[in-house]
Each structure stands twice: as structure tokens, then as C-alpha cells.
Design a protein around this ligand. Sequence first.
Ligand code: UFG
Length: 335
Amino acid sequence: MSKILVTGGLGYIGSHTVVELQDEGYDVVIIDNLSNSSIEVLSRITSITGVKPAFEQIDLKNKEDVKQFFKKYTIDGVIHFAASKAVGESVDEPLKYYENNITTLTYVLKEMTANNVKNFIFSSSCTVYGQADELPITENAPTKPAESPYGATKKMGEIIIEDTTKATDLNAIALRYFNPIGAHETAKIGELPLGVPQNLIPYVVQTAAGIRECLSVFGDDYDTPDGTAIRDYIHVVDLAKAHIVALNRLLKNENKAKCEFFNIGTGTGSSVLDVINAFEKATNKKVNYKTVDRRAGDITSAFADTSLANKELGWKAELSLEVALASSWKWQESL
Ligand code: UFG
């Protein structure tokens, strides 16, 4: 049974991935510093899978702790989620982002190569494409200058990883996520936004729950059919499964390059109004909303061409937008 390190394994996408890994029989050890997660997630995962994953409360900024970790455990592969992820905050606190997302990445990669751990899955983002010139977006689309320090850390992360694969035995896959949404069907794990949500679905859900008065739709003058911006919303459970197939590919030496990149989305673009309508249909709840100005830094439209992931990973998103939104609502109700 392969032992897999999941950094940030108590976070939103990390926790769903741990569940899928355990369901596939992997032996999981989690590193998390609890900076944006709760220790309770560990027992939630355990109650879903029936197996308690090993857990080390480590801050990856502590180089010595990372070193000791790799001495203590014999690891077969690493799925690296641990990072800060708030776009707006990254503009105000760039050094926090470069330290949390880049310095820590170099420590993990350094200890992996020092300890002969060869398989690495990276949490990347479609943000590397910026506003792509052609839609749907393929992996060959050129990367664009980052809109934020957060986005810059994803671009730099990919470069650092690819350079490391060229110089060492490391093999890596960077998964470029589109917009992850939804929660586990058990409603035992989900996204826990701190304070006022910045992302669309948590805001929609909290508005429907009466926690927020009114959703602001950021702009209705985009060059799209209904004027609101378009994204590719992918169920977090589908996304979690993409990590398992990517990991299997590396463990079985089926990768075709030392460092590979895959888009992970549904392939379908939905506007903000599509999301509101789908949410109302899926839950029978009304969402109070008003249109306001565009949000700075937002692009018009992004959705994935997923044919490479379909072909090479044998992976395809299976859960619909309605199913994802219903799961977000169920999660909200459980809170
Ligand atoms: N939106 C609203 N009202 C809100 C929140 C969002 O109308 O209250 C709109 C946005 O303007 C955008 C869409 O809903 O058009 C989606 O916004 P999100 O904030 O949910 O997601 P983004 O696409 O802006 O950001 C996501 C991730 C980032 C990542 C980025 C990459 O959250 O981490 O994709 O493109 F950097």
C-alpha cells in the first residue's frame, strides 16, 4: 500500500482528496498547519472513510520540521495543496504569499529529492492562462502575466517544479483547476470560508441561508450572452478524483514527460446568472441579488478544454452544476 503525503490535507480540496485516496486504499499522512482549516476535519474524514489518516501539525515554513518529517516517514508520493489562496489578500500581503506558497514549495521539493521521493502532484490553477485568447482553453494556451501575487505563485510554482524535474528524478503533474465548488455528499466536509466569502458559491449559499442580505453580481456588461462573467465550475469530488488518477499515472510510470500539465474542469462555461438559476432550481431557494460594477482583476470568460485529461488520465467530470450546488447547500445547512 503506497504511503501518500497530502499537504494541506485538512483544507477544502485536500480533505476531499484524502477521502478519495483512502477509498482507493492508499495510506495517507496529512500535513497541515491549521492556518485555514480545523482539526475537526480529521475526525470528519475518519467518519466518512472509517480510517483515521496519520496527521502531523507542521508549518512547512519550518525547514527543519519538513526535514524531520521526511526522516520519519517513507513516502511514495506527495499531493501538495498547502498554500494561501485569497486573491485579494495576496495583493495586500504579497510576501505572505511568496513565503507560504513558494518558500514552502522549495522546502518540500528539496526534501523529496533528498529522500528519493519521486512523485509529485501540484495544485495549480487556470489563473495561469489569464484571459485566454481562445475558448475553451487548452493546455497549449500561452500563460499570461499574473493578475495577483496569488496567481504569480501558481505560475512560479509550475516553473520551479518543472525545473526540478529536469534536474532530478522527480516526476510531477500540475493540475490546473478551474473553479472548484460543492461539498462531499455526506455534508461532513466542505468549504469553510472565513468571514465574508470572496467566491461566488459561498456567497450565493450564505445569501440563500439569510446570512448575507444580497449577492452582488459583479458586472452585467461583459461580452457574454447574458452580460455576466463565465467560469467553469467543477465539483470538488470530481476534482479530488483527478488527483488520484494523476497520482496513479506517476506511480505506474505512465507519464509521458517528467512534468505534465492538465486542465481540470467540466468543459462547460456557466455565467453568474446561470449559477444563480441553477442554484434556485436545485434547492428551491431564492437568491436575492443585485448587479454592481465589475470586480477589479476579473476576466470575462474561462472554461476548459478537458480532452487532454480525458485521454491521458482517463478522467472526466461526472457531476453536474446542479448536483454541485445542491451539495453546497446541504453543507451550508449542516453548518
Ligand atoms: N462573483 C460575483 N459576486 C460575488 C463573487 C463572485 O458576481 O460575490 C463573480 C465573479 O465576478 C466571477 C465569478 O463570480 O465572475 C466567479 O468568481 P469567484 O471569486 O468565485 O472565482 P474566480 O473565477 O474569480 O476565482 C477563482 C479562484 C481563484 C483563482 C481564479 C483563477 O477562486 O483562486 O479562479 O481564475 F485564482
